[in-house]
Design a protein around this ligand. Sequence first.
Ligand code: CA
Length: 282
Amino acid sequence: MPECNGVLTEDLKLKCAARTDIGLIRHRNEDSLWVDAALGWLLLADGMGGHTSGDLASALAVNHILSRLRDAQEKGFTKYDVAVLLAKSVTEANTAIRNVSMQSDGVAPAMMGSTFVGGVLEQDKITYAHVGDSRLYLLRDGFLAPLTHDHTLVQEFVDAGRLSAEAAQVHPYRGLLTRGLGVHEEVEPDVGICTLHPGDRLLLCTDGLTDMVSEEEIGRLLGLDLEADEIAECLIEAAKYAGGRDNISVIVAWFTEQLPCNNDQCADEAHCDINQMDASHA
Ligand code: CA
């Protein structure tokens, strides 16, 4: 996908790029992604299930959520609570994937699922939702912070103090999800809002990046003084250089103009939002 430049308002311009790569080992790319830079929509999903069903599941997730956003856009986006809209779209995507896998006639294996992470950028904030182990990161003042919290068994062990973060990074069962789209009849997405500061950069990515490249290195690459498409390419190449064991997908985005916000107020809001996010996992 080429680099994309969008205009959200006259003051705020969004710079973003999306890249996906099959990696060095896999025979299929089961990741799906979509970016609308003009509207500030960033969507990414990582399918599971093998054969053709992983591709199908992630494409269903992204397409379904995209169609719900487009419906809302046609009816007037401002009258929607974006967090509610995203959460509802994600739960509907869960049903859509399950309906297809139930109708499976042997061509597509019945077991298929997908992660999802996506965000809607408006003014100086991003509203986001996620299920699974695809991640949204915020790079601020040189520090990379995950805004999402993996829905994996290994992450639950880390949260419970039974496993170190370092051991989790290489754990053989680190891909075992506790929440995924299409897996159970119902799914609860995590939803959050983050107020953005001037200079902030966002990254959405699949585990094909985070399993292969350390957060320290991801943060360094995301902060490079390069164009968005060059950074996306650097991230993909870093994952491949490290072995490229899985499909790798990244979306990088940031505003190019100064954001019209009061710094103290923005800092307080972001702090609140991130805490709220943490509290939902407690
Ligand atoms: Ca993956």
